[in-house]
Design a protein around this ligand. Structure first.
Ligand code: RAM
Length: 363
């Protein structure tokens, strides 16, 4: 009798705990169909704490910098910028990242980093939701969290450094599709299926393509190369085989566009006939612009994105700012910066690269 009441009590307790876990959305890795992840509510500014704009930047800050994955030339440039900014402020920065662009690898790394309790973590997120619980834990322990390049859920970080507005990047991708491919079928070659930044841009691009000026364009497929060079190369090949009338591949990832350009450049049946465009680094794309495979692509300066992220982390960890809209801080050579809505700071518009200007850039 006693035992059965105890068993019922245990069953009830189990149900309550399970229910709470479901409500808090434990381990959700669903696609970020809502956009950059910054749309889901206010940024996690330090409620209660007030910013002291006159506070000095603390010396000796310890900051962990986490890319989407190690070995991606774009992410390396970005992290170089973050390390430079932290060192300028008299702190030390350590780069720690996964070897693949998956959220689960970031989560396990973030767990152990949180135990070490650095002053701040500056990261590019591989999934807006899956890494949110561990980032919230870090913030509860007093670690400041800045996302850059690719955002986490807005309540799981204090500040997001966005390279350009999500809207402007999405619009640019649609425009590129038309300028490079003309009328007809286009495909997107993206990074991972959960990548917060690419998903947000593609969402805007799809909305743009509904406009009358794009009525001649049909988006036939969004493929994912996982920001892995070989997989992206194979996906480009697969797209061209599956859609023989394809006019353009738009790749909003530096890994994808370089792999697609390499494939097309080596195949006479496609070279000069299928346009390759999107977001790339000038140094990786130069040879494909010169050999006529690529007419135009775009990007911002990745090092500046990272540099701004580093200064934002130092200002947060020093109490100069808390992440609230309207707060300002000094970002070294980039000058004064103001935090916008949802804790977002936008760096500036992207540059379009063509054969006319590509040699003016070296990154
Ligand atoms: C890849 C990454 C990065 C993105 C660039 C454009 O390097 O996916 O997050 O911003 O492309």
């Amino acid at each position: 009798m006693r035992d059965s009441r105890f068993a019922r009590f245990l069953a009830l307790l189990f149900a309550v705990v399970l229910g709470a876990a479901i409500v808090t959305g434990c381990g959700s890795t669903k696609d970020d169909s809502e956009g950059s992840g910054s749309s889901g509510g206010a940024a996690a500014s330090d409620d209660g704490a007030s910013a002291n704009a006159n506070a000095q930047i603390k010396k000796g800050l310890k900051v962990v910098v986490m890319p989407k994955q190690l070995g991606n030339p774009y992410e390396e440039l970005e992290d170089k910028g973050t390390v430079a900014a932290i060192e300028e402020t008299g702190g030390t920065a350590k780069i720690q990242g996964p070897t693949d662009a998956s959220a689960s690898s970031q989560v396990s790394l973030l767990r152990s980093i949180t135990q070490q309790k650095p002053d701040a973590i500056v990261l590019a997120a591989n999934d807006p939701n899956a890494i949110a619980p561990v980032l919230k834990q870090a913030m509860q322990r007093g670690v400041k969290v800045v996302t850059q390049d690719s955002d986490a859920a807005a309540d799981a970080r204090q500040i997001f450094i966005n390279q350009a507005t999500t809207q402007s990047i999405g619009e640019q991708l649609a425009k590129q599709a038309k300028e490079v491919g003309g009328e007809g079928e286009v495909a997107v070659l993206s990074a991972t299926a959960n990548a917060p930044n690419q998903n947000a841009w593609i969402k805007i691009m799809k909305e743009e393509l509904k406009k009358p000026e794009y009525s001649g364009i049909k988006l036939v497929k969004v493929a994912y190369g996982d920001d892995d060079d070989q997989k992206s190369f194979q996906q480009a090949q697969g797209l061209l085989r599956a859609y023989p009338n394809l006019k353009a591949i738009v790749s909003p990832t530096t890994v994808g566009i370089a792999a697609a350009a390499r494939y097309v450049s080596a195949n006479a049946q496609y070279k000069g006939k299928v346009g390759i465009t999107g977001l790339g680094t000038p140094n990786q794309m130069r040879k494909f612009v010169k050999d006529g495979t690529v007419e135009q692509f775009a990007l911002w300066n990745p090092e500046d994105v990272g540099y701004l992220g580093g200064y934002a982390a130092a200002a947060l960890a020093s109490g100069q700012i808390t992440g609230k809209e309207g707060e300002t801080f000094k970002a070294g050579k980039l000058g004064d910066k103001t935090i916008g809505a949802n804790g977002e700071i936008v760096l500036g518009p992207p540059t379009t690269f063509t054969k006319e200007n590509i040699d003016d850039f070296d990154f």
